[in-house]
Design a binder for this molecule. Structure first.
Ligand code: DSN
Length: 458
């Protein structure tokens, strides 16, 4: 008899095919990425690292021939070493980085490893406020790093941009060791040059080096495609990212670093910014992780290979075009958008101001018709994380499926209809009961359109 797990996977395939994924941090990977993830590489232990020497300048054929690493703790690494070398070399090429670590299991692990590579307990980090669009790992009190380090939050200004003046003031008032730009709900392209200048001023004031870090998990695919500024070009020392959002790879993390690439097994490494690539390698393994997931690293290598192709640039441009069209169509229909619109793949709508409804009931109501997004707090949101007044949506996944401007108009129409039907409801069950007919009709419309755009790999 078929294991129930596979039945449920089949049901998930149906859910993904018959609905539209609007969560901005999700995407659909290609069949080759899926195949690498489901490969025999999952059988292998590979603690340690492949050889790095001269890696970024090498043609891929040479990487495949290269002698095996002395940096592994298990035998049998012939293939794994070469696969991980490909992942590192391709990541460096994509982001113009000196070095890459493809082992972090997630973006959260990547961030923790960077903190651990550079900071001592009690050190101060200046990072974006979670309530203004920052990320849990940037200082939320529920995280381990917030118990070890002291986070000082900066916010956004009235235009929805980063509050650079506040950032500068805080950097000069507090003896910080790390300045972080990163977010999971922010619609503008940061002024990385200004941030680097703030770091330089703070270094002069405090008389020590300050690590400049960017967490670009959301926009990494746009950066890789060259249609979004790359923080590494502006003096940032480290960029972390997940590999599954706009970058369209497997679920996982990645750290790009600038500086000297050294031996990850050498005992003493001076804590200087120039040594950050090696400090980060040591912080990932053995600092914070054990055996790398080589099947996932292989899938990352495949996805990076895809992102290096010209078609990926076209894809990334379409993501932003679709997001801008969707934002404009929503605004025409009465949606109030944070920051007035978007410069990237992501939209944040204030449902309270727009239709006097809360984000959570709207999220659930859209789920009923096959549109998936997430409720999200707005700056200063009184509803908190569980009953926020905003919703966050984006276009990476639907763009992968081939939806274009015509379909953005349709999505905006459905969203308006549901928002209006939701008005006055506190409980989703009441909404579902009272509007069963409308929900059924809209569900069919969404399904019909969705099935015209197959999910890759299904
Ligand atoms: N969960 C991710 C997001 O949705 O933005 C961030 O970790």
């Amino acid at each position: 008899m078929k294991d129930l797990v596979f039945d449920l996977i089949d049901q998930e395939k149906v859910r993904q095919s018959e609905g539209l994924e609007l969560i901005p941090s999700e995407n659909y990977v290609s069949k080759p990425v899926l195949e690498a993830m489901g490969s025999v590489l999952t059988n292998k232990y590979s603690e340690g690292y492949p050889n790095f020497d001269g890696l970024t300048d090498w043609p891929e054929e040479k990487i495949a021939e290269e002698k095996l690493s002395n940096y592994r703790y298990y035998g049998g690494q012939t293939n794994v070493d070469r696969i991980e070398r490909l992942a590192i070399a391709r990541a460096c090429k994509l982001f113009n980085a000196d070095h890459a670590n493809a082992q972090p299991h997630s973006g959260a692990n990547a961030n923790e490893a960077v903190y651990y590579s550079w900071l001592n307990p009690g050190d101060q980090i200046l990072a974006m406020n979670l309530g203004h669009g920052g990320h849990l790992t940037h200082g939320s009190p529920v995280t381990r790093s917030a118990k070890i380090y002291k986070f000082i939050p900066y916010g956004t200004d009235k235009n929805g941009d980063l509050d650079y003046d506040e950032m500068e003031r805080l950097a000069l008032e507090n003896d910080i060791k790390l300045l972080l730009v990163g977010y999971s709900a922010f619609m503008k392209i940061p002024n990385f040059k200004r941030v680097a200048e703030i770091r330089d001023k703070a270094e002069k004031k405090w008389g020590h080096e300050i690590l400049l870090m960017a967490d670009m998990a959301h926009v990494a695919g746009l950066i890789a495609a060259g249609i979004h500024d790359n923080p590494l070009k502006f003096g940032f020392n480290v960029m972390t990212t997940t590999t599954h959002k706009t970058l369209r790879g497997p679920r996982g993390g990645l750290i790009l670093t600038m500086g000297n690439v050294g031996s990850p097994i050498k005992k003493v490494e001076e804590k200087t910014l120039a040594n950050i690539p090696t400090l980060v390698d040591k912080a990932v393994f053995p600092g914070t992780q054990g055996g790398p997931l080589e099947h996932i690293i292989a899938a990352k290598a495949v996805a990076f290979g895809e992102a290096l192709k010209p078609e990926f640039k076209t894809y990334a441009k379409k993501i932003v075009k679709n997001a801008k069209t969707l934002a404009e169509e929503l605004k025409k229909r009465g949606f109030v958008l944070q920051g007035g619109g978007t410069e990237n793949h992501l939209i944040l709508a204030d449902m309270k101001k727009s239709f006097n409804i809360n984000g959570k009931i709207y999220e659930k109501a859209l789920d009923l018709i096959g549109l998936t997004l997430n409720a999200n707090a707005l700056p200063g949101d009184k509803g908190g994380a569980f009953k926020p007044n905003g919703v966050r949506l984006g276009t990476p996944a639907i763009t992968t499926r081939g939806l274009g401007e015509k379909e953005m108009v349709k999505i905006a129409e459905w969203m308006e209809k549901i928002a209006k039907l939701c008005q006055g409801y506190e409980k989703i069950r009441d909404f579902e009961k009272d509007h069963a007919e409308e929900i059924k009709t809209l569900r069919e419309e969404v399904k019909t359109l969705s099935l015209k755009f197959p999910v890759p790999g299904i």
